[in-house]
Design a binder for this molecule. Structure first.
Ligand SMILES: *Cc1c(COP(=O)(O)O)cnc(C)c1O
Length: 223
């Protein structure tokens, strides 16, 4: 692939409707490549590991909006709480409570998405659709230092586009469900779905935020 990072970003941005946010997934790529993307007026970056996110936050311009897109352990919330822009993969109420506690300590409200398990694969984290619908949203409403902004999910890694599409449809229906929940700290504005291999389908199915890594930065050495 000979395209530069900036060419890739421009091409992908041109494909996205104006209402869809592009998060450049910079995991495993060095800071100088992130800077190259930043220099084409791009501010949203995603990492899946706390340590790498903290390190890049320290090295790179402070107006970058850092998205944590990977699984988060409760004992690591404190490291990102002072600055993280959006936590995508909240998969338990216990974790949400810890984020709330750290938000309080840092005197800020931390934006979160609830991760839903939509894929066939066992390995992916998140609430099941049933668990999600049965969450105690009144309990979540007590957590005034978090804001639940929507849902996030990953489709099965498959060539079967019908399956991917039906998983995205399910996620969108749960996003619509969340819109009917009225609480001061729950505002369903963000539907985080779509990666390099499936973002065009995700957009057709109503995504408002796509998380794209390898289509911008090139293939990674490991997942
Ligand atoms: C790595 C990752 C992505 C981006 O994957 P690409 O295939 O490189 O676009 C998106 N979402 C999550 C949760 C990831 O871990």
């Amino acid at each position: 692939m000979n395209n530069t990072i900036s060419e890739n970003i421009k091409r992908i941005k041109a494909e996205l409707p104006e209402t869809v946010t592009l998060v450049c997934v910079s995991k495993t790529y060095p800071a100088d490549q992130v800077l190259e993307a930043y220099e084409c007026d791009h501010l949203d970056f995603g990492e899946n590991k706390v340590q790498e996110l903290v390190q890049k936050h320290e090295e790179l311009p402070k107006n970058i909006r850092w998205h944590l897109i990977g699984h988060l352990q409760r004992n690591k919330v404190k490291y990102i709480a002072p600055f993280v822009h959006l936590i995508h993969a909240v998969d338990s109420i216990k974790l949400l409570k810890e984020i709330n506690k750290q938000g309080e300590k840092n005197n800020r409200t931390i934006k979160c998405l609830l991760q839903i398990h939509i894929a066939k694969e066992e390995t992916k984290f998140g609430f099941s659709a049933e668990e999600f619908k049965q969450l105690d949203f009144n309990e979540i409403a007590q957590l005034s230092n978090v804001e639940v902004c929507g849902v996030m999910g990953m489709a099965t890694n498959t060539e079967n586009t019908d399956q991917v599409r039906s998983e995205f449809k399910l996620l969108n229906s749960l996003f619509t469900f969340l819109k009917t929940v009225h609480q001061p700290n729950i505002h369903a504005t963000t539907l985080s779905m779509g990666m390099s291999s499936d973002y065009p389908i995700a957009i057709e199915e109503g995504s408002t935020l796509v998380r794209v890594g390898s289509a911008i930065f090139g293939a990674r050495n490991y997942l």
